[in-house]
Design a protein around this ligand. Structure first.
Ligand code: SF4
Ligand code: SF4
Length: 310
């Protein structure tokens, strides 16, 4: 974003139009003034919130309603008061989050080391977060699709969207705003986007399960047999006619599926929590590679090509 200075006036002083014009002239000049000082799209939620706040702080409604009966000297005073109040408000608010929710709709945060305490305080649970494993693709808040080289934990999205599931669209609020993750705190829509987190900052499953060897062994066993990069390699070998690679691929697919089933049936986990423990199902990962993995009534997977990779 370019340098955004508070200019405090529009192109020249609009005294003539203000002195002689009706309240509609005031409204038009006020619109121009706000466009200049806010320097963001009038359609954005951030603009609408800041405008509401400025108008409340400046008493714009009262000035507008009484405008037609004000003599020119009083209009000049009222206009200066509007500008001063809006400038003072912007000095406080121009570089802060106004909780408009636009970034929450574009994507959910990935978790950083500093978010570990959110699990300890149960702000986040296993049901709120899923694991993206190396080799998977992910979409950033800016809409860029990247192939992951390291594991990431990500807050779930509302199904079928990229909207963070802690965001309540009906009243545009975050359910955990006071305890929001570090990446949300770094969100800086009024300036340059924050740099991507360094790999050593990423919170990963090993940080959460270091003290739970039974759980960690299970995660490690799953990773060893269902590694995404390994699946891609086996698929290439299947393409070259390797039967052994095909067998290994089906074995991984079944292991992944029945391990999840065991966690749900015997450990009473939710399907969401299994996506935290083990990452997303291998059948979903194959879908991103253009393959449908379908479970037959006999409990065996069959693979077929999709027209378009997901
Ligand atoms: S940081 Fe996000 S929620 Fe806060 S004002 Fe910017 S876009 Fe809106
Ligand atoms: S946790 Fe809250 S602030 Fe962060 S993206 Fe989700 S809804 Fe927005």
């Amino acid at each position: 974003m370019t340098d955004k200075k508070f200019l405090g006036k529009i192109h020249g002083e609009p005294w003539d139009a203000l002195a002689k014009g009706p309240r509609e002239a005031l409204a038009a000049i006020w619109n121009d003034y706000l466009a200049e000082v806010l320097q963001i799209s009038a359609k954005s939620e951030r603009y609408k919130i800041l405008r509401r706040e400025i108008e409340a702080a400046a008493g714009f409604k009262e000035v507008y309603e009484g405008w037609n009966t004000l003599p020119p000297e009083s209009r000049a005073i009222a206009w200066r008061r509007l500008m001063t109040a809006s400038r003072n408000h912007l000095l406080k608010r121009a570089e802060s989050c106004v909780r408009c929710g636009e970034c929450c709709i574009k994507g959910s945060p990935i978790l950083l080391n500093r978010d570990l305490g959110l699990f300890h305080r149960e702000v986040l649970t296993l049901n709120d977060v899923y694991t993206l494993r190396p080799g998977e693709k992910a979409t950033t808040r800016e809409g860029e699709v990247i192939a992951l080289t390291e594991e990431r934990l990500k807050v779930r999205e509302v199904p079928g969207t990229r909207q963070c599931w802690f965001f309540l669209a009906a009243n545009q609020t975050c359910r955990i705003y006071e305890d929001r993750p570090e990446q949300c705190r770094r969100q800086n829509c009024w300036g340059e986007p924050p740099p991507p987190p360094a790999p050593e900052e990423l919170l990963q499953r090993r940080h959460l399960f270091a003290g739970a060897p039974e759980m960690w062994d299970l995660i490690a066993a799953h990773q060893a047999r269902c590694d995404c990069a390994e699946v891609v390699r086996r698929l290439a070998e299947v393409g070259d006619g390797s039967e052994a690679a095909g067998d290994a691929l089906f074995e991984a697919l079944h292991f992944d599926h029945y391990l999840r089933q065991m966690l749900i049936d015997d450990w009473e986990m939710t399907p969401g929590a299994t996506e935290f423990l083990l990452g997303r199902p291998l059948s979903d990962f194959l879908g991103t590679l253009g393959l449908n993995a379908t479970l037959t009534p006999e409990g065996v997977f069959s693979l077929s090509s999709r027209r378009e990779p997901a």
